[in-house]
Design a binder for this molecule. Structure first.
Ligand SMILES: [Fe+2]
Ligand SMILES: [Fe+2]
Length: 269
């Protein structure tokens, strides 16, 4: 199947009256993280150097993530003509770098690396599904719909490779759970917070907590229960647990309540 291109997006349907300026701030940050995919490809190819099939898949994956960045950037520049993606990306690259000089996964194992990749794609597929369902700006809706579809496929891609590596490495359930929970917690690390700061250039200096909260305040209010439920199910499946069992239902309810509570507490500062 042909992968979509920027020409498949109905840019002419853009409606400036339907742009939510607070959501725009979060999308600018997301565009930078997506557009930084080349570094992730380098990192993954360093780590999976002996696996030609995986390295080829990583190249294709990176091309798609870069396209997400380009599509979101174009929408941001339509919505805010004063925004320069190129300049924002230069600021982001100057301030945030992945560990590229490694040859082994920072997760301690290849199966572990793939579990965390699955968790990331759970997060992105839920996030773009939530944007698609929350916005009534037609171009952003179309972009988010295309990206969400890719993110679900990316999850499947990493999960397929995880099924090859997990039997070889035999990571225990506790270790798999720890890796998945640890990666969820990393959502409040520097990457998104720095992207938010670089993309929006608030007057104050960078502060991880403050700008992580600023991003979360705009992103988390978009989620409906179904988005959280699906994301939780996918994450549990990657860990090797039943995606539709009682634990999944419990975590989805708890996760959704937590997100809603946190979003209500965080100010749109
Ligand atoms: Fe993406
Ligand atoms: Fe992805």
């Amino acid at each position: 199947m042909r992968h979509w291109t920027l020409d498949d997006i109905p840019w002419g349907a853009f409606d400036p009256a339907r742009v939510d300026p607070e959501l725009l701030r979060a999308i600018k940050a997301a565009a930078l993280v997506e557009g930084n995919a080349d570094d992730y490809v380098r990192y993954l190819k360093n780590v999976f150097g002996g696996d030609a099939a995986f390295c080829a898949a990583a190249d294709q994956w990176g091309a798609e993530e870069n396209q997400h960045g380009a599509a979101l950037a174009r929408w941001c520049e339509l919505a805010d003509p004063s925004f320069s993606y190129e300049q924002a990306m230069a600021r982001f690259r100057a301030n945030f770098r992945l560990p590229l000089d490694v040859t082994a996964s920072v997760r301690g194992s290849l199966a572990g690396e793939l579990i965390t990749r699955c968790v990331v794609e759970c997060g992105t597929s839920s996030f773009y599904s939530a944007i698609r369902d929350a916005t009534d700006e037609p171009v952003l809706k179309a972009v988010a719909h295309k990206i969400a579809g890719d993110e679900f496929r990316h999850y499947k891609l990493f999960e397929t490779h995880l099924r090859r590596y997990q039997p070889r490495e035999g990571l225990s359930l506790v270790r798999r759970l720890r890796l998945a929970i640890g990666r969820v917690q990393e959502a409040s690390d520097d990457e998104l917070a720095m992207a938010y700061w670089c993309a929006n250039q608030p007057p104050e200096p960078y502060d991880r907590k403050r700008h992580s909260d600023a991003y979360a305040a705009r992103a988390w209010r978009l989620y409906r229960f179904g988005h959280v439920q699906r994301g939780v199910g996918m994450a549990l499946k990657a860990v090797g647990l039943n995606p539709q069992g009682r634990l999944s239902a419990l975590l989805a309810r708890f996760g959704y309540r937590f997100l809603a509570w946190k979003a209500a507490r965080l100010e749109l500062a």
